[in-house]
Design a protein around this ligand. Structure first.
Ligand code: PGA
Ligand code: ZN
Length: 397
């Protein structure tokens, strides 16, 4: 039984306050987790409140429903209590940041009681033995860096890597190769929020650099490395058009553009190529590019089963980004993954641009057999997850 829930403000990787939760249990179990935070947040995400408000509200409404009432190991009960305490559709009362921190901390306390690693507690004995391929952010801009690319993320996708560790190291090498290429071209580059290079180059040059960086590392490593994108197109979309600096594209032009990029660069993955309200355009693009490329909905689906169901019904995308803080609890994230899997949609468990050292998403990806995880490439709050994946892979064989 949960005996205490402690909430506090800690720093995230952008230097902003975020919510951390500790959950303690009667039998001595302990779990601690923190909420991440987005910058290019989707319109339909659960509501993140200012951390002090979220903490005050969760202390008043949620903690009394958990302490002495619910077992930390029973995730569905914990998360149902959070929903009941909140009473809204979108966690606007206690904050999705409080909710997700408590939900994940409870899961860790539940694992601690069992003496099991978190992925084992969440995934159980019938978990598969696949490991997620990490998609690594190498070059980016958009809402994550000023004066850089229009496209938010250029992601290395080491699809031929023989192990998680090899994939993790390959992504770091692509990141380093991109730095070399930028240097060779005399282009200085700062870093964006997720540790990707944020050079002042146009998107076309970023494609060129990515192609070369990936090729150098693939040659060296001897396995296939592709790349992909998070276009975060809702951020580009305004008044019916997609804006790339001074240039604009109509919806049809955007679909053509993305379909051409997929062919020209053999892209493994394209996230949010279209606006978050345009299921129809998503469906048209998905139809055109076929199954070889993942067309992933982040802002489109926001880890929400009803939005995903609408996408399934309309044939929009073939992949879903899973961000627990978009929906507020691990149960909701699990349900989204389950619905996706049932309908052949691939799940990509993901970090946010504002992160902490929390490693829950690494365990969530392994527990649910997610084929991909998006959690950066370098930089401490990103490597926390990647290094945890390496440890889990070693532990789980
Ligand atoms: P965000 O970006 O965390 O700023 O929303 C990540 C993404 O769009 O996938
Ligand atoms: Zn995204």
């Amino acid at each position: 039984l949960i005996t205490a829930v402690r909430l506090r403000r800690i720093l995230d990787s952008r230097g902003n306050p975020t919510v951390e939760a500790d959950v303690l249990t009667e039998s001595g179990g302990f779990g601690r987790a923190a909420a991440p935070s987005g910058a290019s947040t989707g319109e339909y995400e659960a509501i993140e409140l200012p951390p002090s408000e979220a903490i005050a509200s969760a202390r008043e409404h949620a903690v009394p429903r958990l302490v002495g009432e619910v077992h930390a190991g029973n995730q569905r009960e914990v998360d149902a209590a959070l929903h009941a305490a909140d009473g809204s559709e979108d966690f606007s009362e206690i904050g999705a940041n409080s909710a997700v921190a408590i939900s994940m901390a409870a899961a860790k306390a539940g694992a601690d009681v069992l003496g099991a690693p978190l992925y084992q507690h969440l995934g159980g004995a019938f978990r598969g033995d696949n490991f997620p391929i990490p998609l690594g952010n190498v070059i980016g801009g958009g809402e994550h860096a000023k004066d850089a690319t229009n496209i938010q993320e250029f992601l290395a996708a080491p699809v031929g890597a023989p192990s998680v560790a090899e994939a993790v190291f390959a992504n770091a090498e692509v990141h380093a190769a991109a730095a070399d290429i930028l240097d060779e071209r005399g282009v200085p580059a700062a870093k964006g929020d997720e540790g990707a290079w944020a050079p002042a180059v146009d998107d076309a040059e970023a494609f060129d650099i990515m192609e070369e960086a990936v090729e150098r590392v693939a040659d060296d490593r001897g396995f296939e490395i592709k790349f992909g994108l998070d276009m975060a197109a809702a951020e580009l979309y305004e008044d019916g058009e997609y804006h790339y600096g001074d240039e604009t594209k109509s919806v049809d032009e955007q679909i053509d553009y993305v379909a051409e990029l997929v062919t020209d660069y053999d892209l493994a993955y394209v996230e949010d190529p279209l606006d978050e309200n345009d299921y129809e355009a998503f469906a048209e693009l998905t139809d055109r590019v076929g199954d070889q490329t993942l067309i992933c909905g982040d802002d489109l689906f926001v880890t929400n089963v009803s939005r995903l169901q609408e996408g399934i019904d309309k044939g929009a995308g073939n992949s879903i980004l899973i961000k627990p803080n978009q929906i507020g609890t691990l149960t909701d994230a699990f349900d989204a993954i389950e619905l996706a899997t049932e309908h052949g949609y691939k799940s990509v468990v993901s970090h946010r641009s504002g992160e902490t050292e929390d490693t829950t998403i690494a365990h969530l990806a392994v527990a649910t057999d997610a084929p991909f995880i998006k959690t950066g490439t370098v930089q401490g709050e990103r490597t926390a997850k990647l290094n945890e994946l390496i440890r889990i892979a070693e532990d789980a064989v």
